[in-house]
Write a protein that binds this ligand. Sequence first.
Ligand code: NAD
Length: 485
Amino acid sequence: MYERHELIIGGRPRPAGGAETITVVNPATEEVVGHAPSATPEEVDLAVETAAAAFRESPWRQFEMEKRVAVVEAMCAALEPRLEEILRLVTAEMGVPIKASRALHRDMAIGSVRHACAAARRIAVEERRDGQVQALVRLEPTGVVAAIAPWNGPFLQALYKIVYPLLAGCSVVFKPAPETPLDAYLVAEAFAEAGLPDGVLSVVPGGPAVGERLVAHPGVDAVFFTGSTETGRRIGAVCGANMKRAVLELGGKSAAIVLEDADLAATLPGLTSGAFGNTGQNCAATSRVLVARSRYDEVLEGLAESARSLVVGDPQDEATGLGPLVSSRQRDRVEGHVAAALADGAVAAEPGGRPDDLPRGWFLRPTVLGSVDNRSRVAQEEIFGPVVCVIPVEDDVDAIRTADDSAYGLHGAVYSEDDERALAVARAIRTGTFSVNGFLLNSELPFGGVKASGRGRKYGVEGIREFMEIKTINFARSAGSFSMR
Ligand code: NAD
């Protein structure tokens, strides 16, 4: 059992004062994994005030970039011996199969930090821009960042949401999702071991009320939010009214397009992981598959066959391909969507449903729906479960139009043997990220959305620049040369 009775305020554990406790439940067994305290309003205020004081007074913001990178690298080294324990914890908290947990929460998560360090080294903090006058254009950290995470990628989210603003020189108050509050403690402990100066990082678990208090706090200069579009809109409105910077990574309903020349055997693995990876609880999931009409039957049957072959069960088992949904409420939601789609005229090529051999846990077998109308609810709303819609299209132009016929614009994919043709489709679609001939989640390069999928980017140089402000220093008169940092 993971029992936490403290918050992390300014890098140090502090006994929690509130009466409210979060109970973390394993979605595969319905057993209790552990507990964490929920921060009180006063504790949220204290975390922000500590972060603001650190931003004014601590050396962190003044450090040369290389010194910040050294602390982040030391944090990563401190995490290494605990990685296997962390992977098991994430799987117990939210049900991602252990094999996928290794890919996401070890390879991609640690990779995202290494890439962040490499990106940080490429940032020129000051640039001489002499023109009409001698001048410097410099990048300065934004200030106190409130980082708010969802439950669907807990350790990965905690790592990059803390690391990117820290590399920019900001102070961070991190709020994990109430379903998965335990991982962020391990990141904070590793940062303490790595010598992050006091005051710079706090962790305040809690639900929406804790998030709202953080976002509205006048000491917060920027919000780095990942979650649903509905919550993102609310946060964006508060930030807009208070002139705070907001980086919003929101929902998606991305399309994978299968052109008529696609190689089906090479295409099916990407379609399958795009639809069912993390039990469909991926913001970037390609949950709509748009197929050239001449290949429609083949792709529908191929996807149904792939879905049938996925091993559904204990996520701690190496052989498992599909774990449970995060909660019974989420499972009910997904079942409701499937029932409504069938009533709307969709045809189940693979019906899904609750597996008879798994009486405990919130499992659902994957569902493949054919004959779906792109305007129907199941094709327009983010389901966040193992449900994929297969939709026939007439040609490349129709595929692009149908893919763009969505409120969202986060990700997408195209499958074709012709690179030029694939690239033409990739260029045309309004989305922030796109994959060709696969389902790629790449933590080295900028990732984010357009339209209702949000604003701003994580990862890459761009992911650090989100938390830096531009200051221009013009010399009306100068003694000649001056030093640069
Ligand atoms: P959610 O919006 O319900 O909650 C996300 C976080 O925001 C949680 O920590 C929650 O406690 C907090 N929160 C809720 N209401 C708040 C408020 N009014 N003010 C401040 N904080 C508040 O989302 P969720 O159900 O936890 O996560 C699933 C969603 O996240 C999906 O829509 C998914 O697409 C999205 N997501 C997006 C990305 C991306 O990179 N675009 C990545 C992962 C998940």
